[in-house]
Design a protein around this ligand. Structure first.
Ligand code: MN
Length: 228
């Protein structure tokens, strides 16, 4: 007998601002990439090499959909992040060429079971269940670089229920997008459909069911989502 055991699901996809769909392959996330956030988490913000973790593609929650509060946690944190959408494959990409591999940019929230992550850190366990759980990655529409360019500076901010929480500037990234692509593409072969969450500025804090999160990245877009 041949053929699929069950019908394979359609790829997870993210809306592009021009109405097309961006099919998602993998989600890579940078661990810490703003000195202010590294400091608030008790780490040395000096330019140590970036590290990466992943979320499954189906952790994404498209703009407009409610986000279910995750199970088995009492401390969920928001992390507003610039998201890079890879459009062209490559390995060992030089930073000088890196931006030519970018299809576009979006705004995402790296939701984190912080209590579980703290335990994982202290016990030297992996972060999968603290970072890569269901609905852990709300994301806005993808703005093509052909329309907005490659934002290297600009306000990145998040409010919860209208109260200001996170604030930073893309120019304060320890590792800019081109460097992240160079370093990540030494570790894995990047492919069209890969997303990279590029780290969060200071101000991470807890969320609760009923909260409304509103994020903004100047020149990229906005994202509004409700926790239910
Ligand atoms: Mn993050």
């Amino acid at each position: 007998m041949t053929g699929f055991v069950f019908a394979p699901p359609l790829p997870v996809s993210v809306m592009v601002t021009d109405g097309r769909l961006f099919p998602v392959r993998r989600i890579f996330c940078v661990g810490r990439n703003y000195a202010s956030h590294a400091r608030e988490m008790g780490n040395d913000p000096n330019r140590e090499p970036p590290f990466f973790f992943t979320k499954p593609a189906d952790a994404l929650v498209p703009a407009g959909q409610d986000v279910p509060y995750p199970s088995e946690t009492k401390t969920v944190h928001h992390e507003i992040e610039l998201v890079v959408a890879i459009g062209t494959a490559g390995r060992r990409i030089d930073s000088a060429e890196a931006l030519s591999h970018v299809f576009g940019y979006s705004i995402g929230i790296d939701l984190t079971r912080r209590d579980m992550q703290d335990e994982a850190k202290s016990l030297r366990r992996p972060w999968d269940m603290s970072k890569g759980f269901d609905a852990s990655a709300p994301i806005g529409e993808i703005a093509p670089a052909s329309a907005i360019g490659h934002p290297a500076e600009g306000r990145i901010a998040l409010s919860v229920n209208g109260v200001h929480r996170q604030e930073g500037d893309l120019a304060d990234q320890i590792w800019p997008v081109a460097d992240i692509i160079e370093i990540l593409s030494r570790l894995v072969a990047l492919a069209p459909g890969d997303l990279i969450f590029t780290g969060t500025p200071a101000g991470v804090n807890t969320i609760l069911p009923g909260d409304v999160l509103e994020g903004e990245i100047s020149g990229v877009g906005t994202l509004r989502c409700r926790i239910v």
